[in-house]
Structure formats: structure tokens, C-alpha cells
Design a protein around this ligand. Structure first.
Ligand SMILES: [Zn+2]
Length: 280
């Protein structure tokens, strides 16, 4: 079966309306779990982009929110090294899927990102991220533009976009890396008690903890960069599906409500991702 045919269900989904609410279910399927973990990781990496900009006093050309997305996505590639396997591509597509769902889901006007916001519009973030994913390896990922709806006019230059961003991140790594390997993590990961208003919070938290993704992130950031002070990555109930970095306190927060938001969006997706990525 051709790569495209194997992924046609997603194209079908992209053309249709999105269901507003997923069915209630206290257990998580492997696909939903992967979606939650992938997007939690990218969310923390995005916030870590803000953290690096603040803590290392990085120069920023362009909008900081775009730079944080770029730092976050390249961070994902760096974390996985040369291990570009089906699981990694599925993770990248989960992140692309999230931004499409976030863009296209029915939502109240108050939740729409206004044009004047410091963040790009969800649709723009979707296309930017899809472009960097495709541009990371256009030969192996030649199916990505058609699958995601990334227009060829943009896709044509995505390899250059990826190389440009990669060069900037590599410069930061070279300029601010530790002179010697640091063994004591500067990042402490703290899990606050689960809030009562998040359904199945314990289940979601257990999955995140079991993956060790966030602990790995904190450890790698500590080992890679000469951070000027001890920092905290806190998972907490906030009353909103958000995440942020507070440069005054040195705390990066990922809200439990955001895990629940990922879950709700994931459960609007049929089980689409194949265990083996196309082209492999
Ligand atoms: Zn941000």
C-alpha cells in the first residue's frame, strides 16, 4: 500500500467537521496516551524556549512566541538524536495534529487568539510546525505536505526554514553550553496534588510520570546549558489548560488541565496513526 493510502483516514478527517466533545472514558488508549505525552513534551519544550531566552538573555529576532516554538521543536529533535523511527514520527504528527485541532475545533470567541496577540494564530502555528517537521527530512517525509495540507508553495522551502532554525539553535547550544558536564540537575520536577476538577487527573499524571519525559527534559536542559540558577518545572492544577514560564520565580508550570485538554482533543481523533510510519 502506498504511504499516502495508508494515511487517507487522516485526510478524510481533515476534510470533515470535528466532534465537539469526546465520549467519557476513564481509560486511555495507547494512541491517546501518546498524543498526551507528545504534546505535554512539546508544551514544556516551548516554555523551556521562553526559559532559555530569559535565563541566558538570548537575543531574539522576530516574535518571542515564534522563537519559543522553534526552540521547542528543535529541542525535540535534539532529545531524540538520530533515532528517527516510527515512534518519533508519530510523536511529531501528534503535535501537528494538536495544532490543527486547536485551530479548527469549535470554540467560544473568547478562546480565539486575536490578531494582535503576542502568539501567532493557531493556524499559523500549525503551518509553521508542519513546515519544520517536513523540512527536517523532506526525502523521508515526502508524504507530510499532502497528509497535513501543507501547501507546496510553502513546503518547497521548508528544508531551508529547518536549516535556518537549526543553525540558530546550534549556535545557542555552542555559545551557552557547559564547559564541563554537570551532574547535579538544576531543574527540579514537582508534581502538585491532583486537582478535584480535572477528571481522571491521577490517570493522566501517572502516564506522564511513567514516561519520565519531563524528568529527562529537565536533566538534559541542566546538562546542556550553563543556567544561572536553580529552576523548577511544576505540574499543577491552575483552573485553566495553560502553561507558562515565570521569569521572576524561575518556575515553569504545566497545568493538569492542559493534560485533560490534550486528552479531550485526542479522543476526537479516530485511531489513525499506524504503528509504522509511511516510507519505512
Ligand atoms: Zn509561549
Amino acid at each position: 500500500m502506498s504511504p499516502l493510502r495508508r494515511w487517507l483516514p487522516l485526510l478524510f478527517l481533515l476534510a470533515g467537521p470535528l466532534p465537539a466533545e469526546p465520549p467519557p472514558n476513564s481509560s486511555l488508549s495507547p494512541d491517546v496516551t501518546r498524543f498526551i505525552l507528545a504534546n505535554s513534551e512539546f508544551t514544556v519544550l516551548h516554555e523551556m524556549g521562553h526559559l532559555l531566552i530569559a535565563e541566558l538573555d538570548l537575543p531574539v529576532l522576530g516574535r518571542e512566541e515564534d522563537a519559543a516554538d522553534q526552540l521547542g521543536l528543535i529541542g525535540l529533535f535534539l532529545l531524540h538524536g538520530e533515532q528517527r523511527d516510527a515512534d518519533f514520527y508519530a510523536k511529531l504528527l501528534d503535535i501537528v495534529d494538536f495544532w490543527r485541532l486547536e485551530w479548527q475545533r469549535p470554540k467560544p470567541a473568547a478562546e480565539e487568539v486575536p490578531a494582535w496577540d503576542s502568539h501567532g494564530l493557531d493556524a499559523q502555528r500549525f503551518y509553521n510546525i508542519a513546515c519544520l517537521v517536513y523540512g527536517s527530512d523532506p526525502e523521508r517525509l515526502e508524504w507530510v505536505p499532502e497528509l497535513t495540507g501543507l501547501p507546496m508553495e510553502r513546503a518547497l522551502y521548508c528544508d531551508e526554514e529547518y536549516q535556518q532554525v537549526r543553525k540558530a539553535v546550534d549556535w545557542v547550544r555552542g555559545r551557552y553550553r557547559h564547559a564541563a558536564i554537570q551532574t547535579t540537575p538544576r531543574f527540579q520536577v514537582i508534581y502538585d496534588p491532583p486537582p478535584v476538577n480535572v477528571p481522571d487527573a491521577e490517570v493522566l499524571i501517572a502516564q506522564v510520570r511513567a514516561s519520565s519525559n519531563l524528568e529527562t527534559l529537565a536533566r538534559r536542559a541542566s546538562a546542556t546549558f550553563a543556567l544561572p540558577r536553580a529552576l523548577i518545572l511544576r505540574l499543577s492544577g491552575c483552573g485553566t489548560p495553560d502553561a507558562w514560564y515565570n521569569r521572576n520565580t524561575g518556575e515553569l508550570t504545566l497545568c493538569y488541565e492542559r493534560l485533560q485538554h490534550f486528552r479531550q482533543l485526542a479522543e476526537t481523533l479516530p485511531r489513525l496513526h499506524q504503528p509504522t510510519a509511511p516510507g519505512q
